[in-house]
Design a protein around this ligand. Sequence first.
Ligand code: CA
Length: 225
Amino acid sequence: MRVLVIEDERRLAAALQRGLETEGFSVDVAHDGLEGLRLADQRPYDLIVLDIMLPGLDGYRVCARLRAAGHPAGILMLTAKDGEWDEAEALDTGADDFLSKPFSYVVLVARLRALARRVGSRRPRVLALGDLVIDSDARTCTRAGTPTRLTAREFAVLEHLALRAGAVVSKREILDQVWDLDHDGDPNVVEVHVSALRRKIDTPFGRAAVQTMRGVGYRLAADGG
Ligand code: CA
């Protein structure tokens, strides 16, 4: 589950990132509204935690623009001022939920999980590429009806390639998607996971769905190979 935190109070943003990562979310942070919009454009976040008072572009405007662009993420707004006007306005601009500062961290996590479940139903949860079937809810993958045993990372790599099936996806993009923006590790970690995927979903079945585009990246055949 990918989360974008748009919050200009750096200490709060950093604490949210650490805390949410501990809960198993993959988290990126933006410190102003424009940077937040740019990141949201580039990466398919599931959830966005959005502060209202932001430099660049305030949270209401960020939310309105995301919705105008049809962004499917669940948006939880952090309303700093107390009073119902803020909250009404947050919902009017297309936010799914709001939480008043100061908030309890436990409540934030619970709200995000609830929101994730609601948002999840907006996306296709089962992708079928020929006889390769990827179920994002169950986190399972079958090939020709045979279940494969993938690690969480392998599954996430496969899921991302499947969402972009037929297109070339760079190592860097996979790294950004499956690990997070702060991951400064060797991009070759992607190679290791792609090789493992091949051994599990292709080789035993005599297929070649996972293709290497030398020097460019990888492509998952849209017909499942
Ligand atoms: Ca703020």
